[in-house]
Ligand binder design. Sequence first.
Ligand SMILES: NC(=O)c1ccc[n+]([C@@H]2O[C@H](COP(=O)([O-])OP(=O)(O)OC[C@H]3O[C@@H](n4cnc5c(N)ncnc54)[C@H](OP(=O)(O)O)[C@@H]3O)[C@@H](O)[C@H]2O)c1
Length: 174
Amino acid sequence: MTISVFVGTSVDGFIARPNGDLDFLPAGGGEPHGYDEFMASIDALVIGRNTFETVLKFPAWPYGDKRVVVLSSRPIDLSAARGAVVEQMAGPPAEIASKLAASGAHNLYVDGGITIQRFLRAGLVQRLIITRVPVLIGDGIPLFGPLTRDLRLRHLATQHYPSGLVKTEYHVVL
Ligand SMILES: NC(=O)c1ccc[n+]([C@@H]2O[C@H](COP(=O)([O-])OP(=O)(O)OC[C@H]3O[C@@H](n4cnc5c(N)ncnc54)[C@H](OP(=O)(O)O)[C@@H]3O)[C@@H](O)[C@H]2O)c1
């Protein structure tokens, strides 16, 4: 199984403002930087409850008919995501990954700050694709958080785009 992160951040490392706003990210995802190709390569998304609640406010469900697993320890009304292929799971990241592997999902996209941090802490993320947007926002929801040990990264590639996006791909040395 391969577990990947594909995320946009401010240069100071935030994925959203403190209230969850994403207004500092380029509208419509910005100039093409590989998101569609990445999405086509994954079997399922695993998102945290807060990310689920954010995307429900978008004008349209952003994940098409891709399988989406929403993580929460509390009941969630999944019917709010009309037409989506969505289910709920909870528990240690390793158990979630095993369940998904057993059900045929081998390429996972993990998203949401807390969710990414939990999968990283569990040593389950292999690939980090981070696109920095040229802005400092000073405060917000961080991409990274505490770890119980260093996670060494191997740099694979960095691409920059005319609008100022800088996309870097790392592999986690496990
Ligand atoms: N810039 C970007 O590319 C990007 C990407 C994704 C998200 N975002 C933004 O980031 C914000 C959300 O990030 P976030 O850090 O607040 O949180 P998040 O990861 O989206 O959601 C966190 C919540 O998910 C649940 N959860 C996570 N792991 C779990 C597990 N293993 N088992 C059970 N429940 C689990 C918990 O909910 P319960 O408390 O209900 O148990 C937890 O409080 C939103 O504003 C979103 O728009 C930005």
